[in-house]
Ligand binder design. Structure first.
Ligand code: IMP
Length: 183
């Protein structure tokens, strides 16, 4: 199964069952916190796609879907701190409860930019749900409200997360072998 990609992993951190279990728990928390509030769930493309669709399917409350795309690492494994919007939301978020759904919060620059940009549009509230949290790398004081897994200072791929646009379709999350990106 997906041997070509799995061979590039140093280790698997979270398998499909572990991911599904955590997402079901986080979906329950969101259901509880947003009962009757009809939030707009905002996927940040492309990394959050797998997480977003699985999370949405596990949620029972009424919620809208919308999508944003922002520039990320390109082919590197370090954040530049520069963030650019490539695709904006389709919907007006004024007066609405919004939940930003991210793949990973690393330095925090991306999330900081997203929260600052979206808060100027006067939503009723902004919360953040991230699949992964790389807390020890934080450079900006910003924290996700819901997190599935904490990870250390390692470059991870799979389940939406990429290196040079590949590995997104791995169903597990793992640490990429250093030789893969230091070539
Ligand atoms: P930040 O702005 O440094 O918090 O970085 C956020 C973005 O960088 C994420 O949305 C990812 O696209 C990317 N990123 C950060 N760490 C990793 C990683 O370990 N693997 C893959 N992408 C990552």
């Amino acid at each position: 199964m997906k041997n070509e990609m799995l061979n590039d992993l140093e280790k698997v951190l979270f398998d499909e069952a572990q991911i599904a279990e955590r997402i079901a728990k986080v979906a329950t928390e969101i259901d509880r916190d947003y009962a009757g509030k009809k939030p707009i769930m905002i996927a940040v493309l492309k990394g959050s796609v797998m997480f977003y669709t699985d999370l949405m399917k596990k949620m029972n409350i009424m919620a809208e879907m919308d999508f944003m795309a922002i520039s990320s690492y390109g082919n590197e494994t370090k954040s530049s701190g520069e963030v650019k919007m490539i695709k904006d939301l389709d919907r007006c978020i004024e007066g609405r409860h919004i939940v930003i759904v991210e793949d990973i919060v690393d330095t925090g620059y991306t999330l900081n930019y997203l929260k600052a940009t979206l808060s100027t549009r006067n939503p009723a509230s902004i919360k953040v749900c991230s699949l992964l949290n790389k807390k020890e790398r934080r450079e900006v004081n910003v924290e996700p409200d819901y997190v599935c897994f904490e990870v250390g200072n390692e470059f991870v791929v799979g389940y939406g997360l990429d290196y040079a646009q590949f590995y997104r379709n791995l169903p597990v999350i793992g640490v990429l072998k250093k030789e893969v990106y230091s070539l």
